[in-house]
Ligand binder design. Structure first.
Ligand code: UDP
Ligand code: MG
Length: 316
């Protein structure tokens, strides 16, 4: 199979008929063999019924239904697991992304050596309250991740080489950082493609302003998990040891100072009378704690397979 299209959706009943029809037209025009995997992320409207109806006349459609709303990342994650195509395309359900971009995305993966191609909504149809924080967000992500050629990390329209989606795991709000996760997984050929972006046709956005806070925390965790996730001790260990040593040497110095004064017969201060002594004790204790925290993190990191459990209600 050439292409798998994965569409995460939450309450998008009005858009689905148009979206799937549009995808079909593009696929037929280009002679692609394809599947469309619609992941219903616990919709409360009739989205699932619409999916069942569409499937009757469009055999390339398959549906996965979550029992409740787990978020876009979880929906993408199960969608990825189900794909069979050589190239996987993700797009939002709300008709803001255009299926007309698919042939070029496919070509970049198959013929131009890209592992991942991310859409860039250069001219986007969203309110300023969203586009301004988004700009800031993208520039922070660029510098933290070192992926300097992307302008729009969170674009819903992306294409992946099959290996990429089979190797990465997305949870929390991590869908915003898939290029970063892919890079950490060793897929370095990351490209960008300017794509059309349309205003939302039906319904309203499913993400509130809290998206940026959550997204930022997730970015920090990606950075630390990516860098130290497998060896948390490499982060906590050195900080703990340095803190411990600073405390140790200050105490050592204070004791030596006292002994020297006694030996020389000059007046001296008790070690315990000096504030510096208590600071150094604190440094020793904090250092020990950090070291032990690293040790515990090290143990936990061997047992983190729990975070991606979903309850799938039906698959058709
Ligand atoms: N979505 C989802 N689960 C959620 C929230 C959103 O699957 O909990 C889907 C949504 O239906 C759409 C895509 O993710 O297909 C992008 O959402 P939306 O259009 O609301 O985001 P925006 O375009 O405002 O960034
Ligand atoms: Mg949208």
């Amino acid at each position: 199979m050439d292409i798998s299209v994965v569409v995460p959706l939450y309450n998008e009943e009005e858009s689905l008929p148009e979206l799937t029809d549009w995808i079909r037209r593009v696929m037929l025009a280009n002679n692609f063999s394809y599947e469309i995997i619609l992941v219903d992320d616990g919709s409360k409207d009739n989205s699932w019924k619409v999916i069942l109806d569409l499937k009757k006349s469009h055999e390339q459609i398959s549906g996965i239904k979550f029992r409740r709303n787990y978020g876009k990342s979880a929906a993408l994650n199960v969608g990825f697991a189900a794909t069979q195509g050589d190239v996987v395309i993700t797009m939002d359900a709300d008709l803001q992304d255009s299926p007309d971009e698919i042939p070029e995305l496919y070509d970049r993966i198959m013929n131009q050596g890209a592992d991942l191609v991310s859409g860039w909504k250069q001219k986007r149809y969203d309110p300023l309250t969203k586009t301004i924080p988004t700009k800031l967000f993208n520039s922070v992500t660029r510098s933290v991740s070192g992926i300097h050629n992307l302008h729009d990390f969170n674009c819903g329209l992306k294409a992946y080489k099959k290996d990429v989606v089979k190797s990465i795991e997305v949870y929390g709000e991590m869908h915003r950082y898939i290029p970063v996760i892919a890079k950490w997984a060793g897929f370095t050929h990351i490209q960008e493609q300017v794509v059309q972006h349309y205003p939302r046709k039906y319904g309203t956005t499913k993400f509130g302003p809290g998206r940026f806070v959550k997204g930022f925390l997730d970015l920090m965790s990606i950075f630390f998990v990516g860098k130290f996730g497998k060896r948390p001790m490499h982060f906590f260990g050195p900080v703990g040891v340095v803190s411990f040593l600073i405390g140790f040497f200050i105490t050592f110095y204070l004791i030596c100072e006292k002994l020297m004064s006694i030996a020389n017969g000059t007046p001296y201060r008790n070690v315990t009378d000096q504030p510096l002594f208590y600071l150094s004790l604190l440094a020793i204790m904090i250092g020990t704690q950090l070291f032990l925290t690293g040790f515990i993190a090290e143990l936990l990191s061997r047992n983190s397979s729990e975070r991606n459990k979903y309850h799938i209600e039906r698959v058709v």
